[in-house]
Design a binder for this molecule. Structure first.
Ligand code: ZN
Length: 231
């Protein structure tokens, strides 16, 4: 069984409507076991956290005194809209994990995966591919080679239950079902997130993602993600 979890949530620190306290209180009320706040880092796309505000962000999350575990994530728009020279270890020291959006997604001007591999050691934190239409964005790479790359570099995949990441009602994760099936038994962590911005109830959509995980029998991959966060 996978507990109720949500590792992709936006607050007023970037383009979300609710502050971190409201989000945490809601999560507690709905009996989430653990959540992660993942506001946008420096991007021209939306309101986002500039490097000098990271400290406030961390402090705000850490100051919450509620009986729920809250991780400190951040989301990076991996495209020319972000100043990549800012992506240094020192900036993300207190961050628990980093979501990279639009990796290998040419329709969103996303940078290729190899560029992420170039910088990932510098960052020194768990990193993952957020709401990626893997089936489409990585169709030119051999499936096994792709999975080997993820495994070797400990890059996690996200199951994102936001309707923005669907085509004709089918979610990207569902479109990429074959990929998720083939990670069973491999050390590739899997995260689940609602990408909530304006409606707290959307956090409950993660239940669809949890169902998906259970239907494929990849619960161990989700547990692996929760384990790497503890290091
Ligand atoms: Zn997001």
């Amino acid at each position: 069984m996978i507990p109720l979890i949500d590792f992709h949530i936006h607050s007023t620190f970037s383009d979300g409507l609710y502050d971190i306290m409201d989000i945490a209180a809601y999560a507690l009320k709905k009996e989430f076991k653990v959540i992660g706040i993942s506001d946008h880092f420096n991007t021209r796309k939306v309101r986002s956290i500039e490097p000098d505000k990271i400290k406030n962000y961390i402090e705000e999350i850490e100051s919450l005194d509620l009986p729920i575990k809250i991780y400190k994530g951040i989301e990076i728009d991996f495209s020319p809209r972000t100043d990549l020279s800012l992506l240094r270890k020192t900036i993300f020291e207190s961050i628990d994990y980093i979501l990279f959006e639009y990796v290998n997604d040419s329709s969103m001007m996303g940078y290729p995966l190899w560029r992420l591999l170039e910088i990932y050691e510098d960052i020194g934190k768990p990193i993952g591919l957020a709401h990626n239409n893997i089936q489409k964005n990585f169709n030119s790479i051999n499936r096994e080679d792709f999975l080997d790359l993820l495994e070797t570099h400990n890059i996690f995949l996200e199951i994102n239950t936001n309707i923005n990441y669907s085509i004709l009602g089918e979610y990207y994760y569902s479109i990429s079902e074959e990929v998720f099936k083939s990670i069973k038994g491999r050390s590739i962590p899997v995260s689940i997130g609602s990408d909530m911005h304006n409606n707290l109830e959307e956090m409950l959509n993660v239940k669809k993602g949890i169902k998906f995980v259970e239907s494929l029998g990849i619960e161990e991959n989700v547990k692996l993600f929760m384990e790497i966060l503890q290091h």
